[in-house]
Design a protein around this ligand. Sequence first.
Ligand SMILES: *Cc1c(COP(=O)(O)O)cnc(C)c1O
Length: 226
Amino acid sequence: MERIAQAARRAGRSPDEVHLVVVVKAQPIERIRAVVEAGARDLGENYPEQALPKMQALAAEPPVRWHMIGHLQRRKAKLVVQHFHMMHSVDRPEIAYRLERLLAQAGRRLPVLLEFNVGGEAQKHGWPAWDERQWPALADAIAPLLELPHLQVQGLMTVPPWREDPNEVRPFFRRLRRLRDVFARRFPRLPWTHLSMGMSHDFEVAIEEGATFVRVGSAILGPRPK
Ligand SMILES: *Cc1c(COP(=O)(O)O)cnc(C)c1O
């Protein structure tokens, strides 16, 4: 939290604008319980079915909000609708429409972020956003999703390429922020508040570039057990 606050102040931002999601994927329950006892209230998980036993084990602890941050398979969408507070990784129309249908049935709305691939790596998920000449077409592509009544689109998310020097990730974070600004001008009706970017290795650079959510796992909980 201290490092988050310092990075925010370096960028002339208020530390309150930056929310920490503690990523607990593949971590044993004792460590997760310890981090909740230490004050964490937002936990991130990549696989909804792996979050469920953790949710049950933590039932007696202070309430936490669960954030879905990984690529979601169609058949797991219902778990997100039932158990998660927010979905950071809406990475294709198919999953947006699937969530919309399930949310309508459940009678709830879900805050979501749209995921973009800003580095052009083939193995990364999200709409292709590395070539800025494609951004007008990208805006056309997401426009219908912004009309879905049960999806509350609140911003953008990315998992940029890994670089030894976190400063070299900066251009990717900056690209996501500029894309957000383009969408905010094109679709002013929506609050493009959030940028979910930055992990253990590079979250301070992400905050300097405007992150409102950082998703930090191993820097807090230690390496994930194999
Ligand atoms: C695993 C993961 C994180 C956290 O990674 P660390 O390097 O452990 O901080 C953040 N975001 C996503 C999407 C992840 O899959």
